[in-house]
Design a protein around this ligand. Structure first.
Ligand SMILES: *Cc1c(COP(=O)(O)O)cnc(C)c1O
Length: 359
């Protein structure tokens, strides 16, 4: 049976990338051993690391003065690392909270330094992003933190606000490279790879070097961006295999036509599911307000838990997995990242229409 993988993360990888990994797994490019067994100080791995950084920067459209780091600890570590490095002791960050991940970013920033809420959409049930006039940047904020796509609630920014020159830090874990997005207006962007970039175990941090002018003598060496910059992500043993697969996924994105092609495919996939929701006469209720609907995580409810359970069961029978909503919010969620094929989304949309007709 064909499996249609709608997992939220770790998530689907491009089939061609998995095939390439299989081909190269036992004998990495004629070296007689696996990339899994190689030293991270070898020429081979240094090339993997450098190539992945170059591809990442090329796709992001950033040049000199920018670096991409490959770190461990997940996006969750960045909730603490960003404030430790960018906020001086006694300073604070401003956080825009658009869902569960924004809440976490705020909590960790409060622990690491201090954190103020520039806007919170909690009262709306996390159904939309704030309007510009709802974002209050506080005097002296070292930066404003945004979550460009709230993976659990299925809420995504489509027009990033002009915040008047204050540096912007963004958690892009679940929508990085789903579309062109003007990376140069950010100061620092991070993303766990396991949604849109590759396997779990590596987190990409894209940053402007000039953002690191601050003295970080109070920060443990392993948690300083400057440490990893100086060592080009090879300060200590990196997640070598994950970085290798990430590089293959970036190559796949480039060969598929880059970010504009990703965007077109993602918009077409998302439209299929939102059309199924909107055309169901109210049987399916989308969670996000229309203007904030995510093209990565489509969240919706059926009339009642029983129906939801029956729907998920039928879907599983058709090979569609990963459709249960996050345990904290329930309902259904289809994660349709870059690597999820159109055919999988077509199959789901067709099941949704059929299921709604039968009531
Ligand atoms: C998955 C996710 C995280 C957490 O990532 P980890 O790599 O598990 O730490 C943080 N932010 C967003 C937006 C996510 O989707």
């Amino acid at each position: 049976m064909t499996i249609h993988n709608f997992n939220a993360g770790p998530a689907a990888l491009p089939a061609s990338v998995l095939q390439r990994v299989r081909e190269e797994l036992l004998d990495y490019r004629g070296r007689g051993m696996s990339i899994l067994e190689m030293s991270h100080r070898s020429k081979e791995y240094e090339a993997v690391n450098a190539d992945a950084e170059a591809r990442f920067k090329r796709l992001a459209g950033v040049g000199d003065g920018w670096r991409a780091l490959f770190l461990q600890g997940g996006a969750s570590l960045q909730f603490a690392m960003a404030p430790l490095n960018l906020v001086p002791p006694g300073g604070h960050a401003d956080i825009v909270i658009t869902g569960a991940w924004g809440e976490k970013a705020h909590e960790e920033a409060s622990r690491a330094r201090a954190s103020r809420i520039a806007a919170s959409m909690k009262d709306t049930g996390y159904r939309r992003v704030p309007r510009r006039d709802e974002v209050r940047v506080s005097p002296g904020a070292s930066y404003v933190h945004l979550t460009t796509n709230e993976t659990i609630h299925g809420v995504q920014w489509h027009d990033l606000p002009d915040l008047g020159g204050v540096p912007i830090v963004a958690d892009m874990s679940s929508d990085i490279f789903c579309r062109p997005c003007g990376f140069s207006r950010f100061t620092l962007v991070y993303a766990g790879a396991q949604k849109n970039l590759g396997p779990s175990g590596v987190t990409v941090v894209l940053l402007r070097e000039e953002a690191l002018a601050r003295e970080t003598g109070d920060v443990p060496v392993i948690l300083r961006y400057s440490t990893h910059l100086k060592n080009s992500s090879l300060y200590n043993t990196p997640p070598a295999f994950a970085v290798y697969v990430l590089g293959l996924v970036l190559e796949w994105i480039e060969e598929s036509g880059g970010l504009p092609a990703m965007q077109a495919a993602n918009q077409a996939k998302a439209a299929l599911l939102y059309d199924a929701i909107d055309g169901s006469g109210g049987f399916y209720q989308g969670h996000a307000e229309k203007e904030a609907r995510s093209i990565m995580n489509v969240t919706f409810r059926l009339p009642g838990a029983e129906r939801e359970e029956a729907f998920l069961k039928e879907a599983a029978k058709e090979g569609m997995i990963g459709l249960a909503g996050h345990r904290s919010v329930g309902g259904c969620r289809a994660s349709i990242y870059n690597a999820v094929p159109l055919a999988s989304v077509q199959a789901l949309a067709s099941l949704m229409r059929d299921f709604a007709r039968r009531g």
